[in-house]
Ligand binder design. Structure first.
Ligand code: NAP
Length: 314
């Protein structure tokens, strides 16, 4: 599958947005080709139970959910390449080029759905204890910490939102931020400050996530930003909410991106600044970043691309 054959649609990225775009495009008989990435499934591959996706009243494990998304797209003829795209040559209309190594793929339309990844602290224990007490998504995992001691790390709106959400379940929650001033909007900060079981701890930076005997998170070592003094705080759950990084590197400089690297789309659509190139999911979404919103956006991308193909002469 290479050389001079021209695809109708190439979808880059295999998370909820990409697979939903593939489902719609394949049902529209566009025979899409998905470059789903070596680690297909996106952020849901690192999630345990998903309880907030409608249609799964008993909940579903993140990886299982992504397998089902993939199978549903496959059922209608979607083809997959389980590898990461190395390079693209995107233009304003016409035939677009996508490369795996030296192998060139030609296509009439492209849907970008590479997603975003949570920014990490990069401290010991963070990756090892991910899913065993450490999480990057309070809204996803907060409910697993009923009557437990928790911590949220960060000083932006995401941290405030996670703190307020998780505090509904947790017995107590320390909100840890590296500076005394918060980046969050006043209203979000006020809400967190007004919550009785949220305790603001500033200025502290986490230095290490420490496991207990059972192998799950037991405490976090914090370092005071001014004095350098360290202390250990016992917690069962810690939520790292220090922002996200859109995975736009492969298209940077070709498709319009904003200051933070998110791909910019026309208001109310998935159109980028280049005709025939559409962007969906967390790659464009500063705010919602849920599986359900990414899926919805993937559907929009497939419809926008379908209409583009219908109305364009090649
Ligand atoms: P953000 O605004 O970029 O805030 C990230 C926070 O993490 C900052 O306080 C930053 O500290 C801290 N941080 C970054 N790297 C760190 C590190 N290595 N160690 C310790 N702390 C670190 O990101 P966000 O909170 O995810 O928000 C992103 C956007 O979504 C914002 O525009 C926000 O308003 C929006 N949002 C809105 C809502 C809502 O309105 N409901 C909810 C969530 C998000 P410094 O402040 O020191 O840089």
């Amino acid at each position: 599958m290479s050389g001079k054959e021209v695809e109708n649609m190439i979808i880059i990225g295999g998370g909820p947005a990409g697979y939903t775009a593939a489902l719609y495009a394949s049902r529209a008989e566009l025979n899409p080709l998905v470059f789903e990435g070596f680690q297909w499934g996106g952020q849901l591959q690192n999630t345990t139970e998903v309880e907030n996706y409608p249609g799964f009243p008993e909940g579903i494990m993140g990886p299982e959910m992504m397998t089902r998304f993939r199978e549903q797209a496959e059922r209608f003829g979607t083809r997959f390449v389980t590898d990461d795209v190395d390079r693209v040559e995107l233009g304003d209309g016409g035939i677009q080029k996508v490369y795996l190594g030296d192998e060139e793929y030609l296509t009439k339309s492209v849907i970008l759905s590479m997603g975003a990844e949570p920014r990490r602290l990069g401290i010991p224990g963070e990756m090892e204890l991910m899913g065993r007490g450490v999480s990057t998504c309070g809204v996803c995992d907060g409910a697993f910490f009923k009557s437990r001691k928790t911590m949220v790390i960060g000083g932006g709106d995401s941290a405030m939102e996670d703190a307020v959400f998780v505090s509904k379940f947790a017995s107590e929650l320390n909100l840890v931020h590296r500076r005394n001033e918060f980046r969050a909007s006043a209203i979000m900060q006020d809400r967190a400050e007004a919550t009785p079981n949220i305790n603001l701890m500033t200025p502290y930076s986490p230095e290490e996530f420490i496991a207990g005997e059972d192998g799950s998170l037991a405490s976090v070592r914090l370092r005071h930003s001014d004095t350098g003094e360290t202390s250990e705080v016992a917690v069962d759950g810690a939520f790292v909410a220090i922002g996200h990084i859109p995975r736009s590197e492969v298209v940077t400089g070709q498709v319009g991106t904003d200051d933070e690297g998110y791909v910019v789309t026309e208001a109310g659509s998935t159109k980028t600044n280049l005709q025939g190139v559409f962007a969906v999911g967390d790659l464009v979404d500063h705010t919602y970043r849920q599986a359900i919103t990414a899926s919805g956006s993937g559907c929009q991308g497939a419809l926008d691309a379908e209409w583009y193909l219908r109305d364009t002469e090649f």
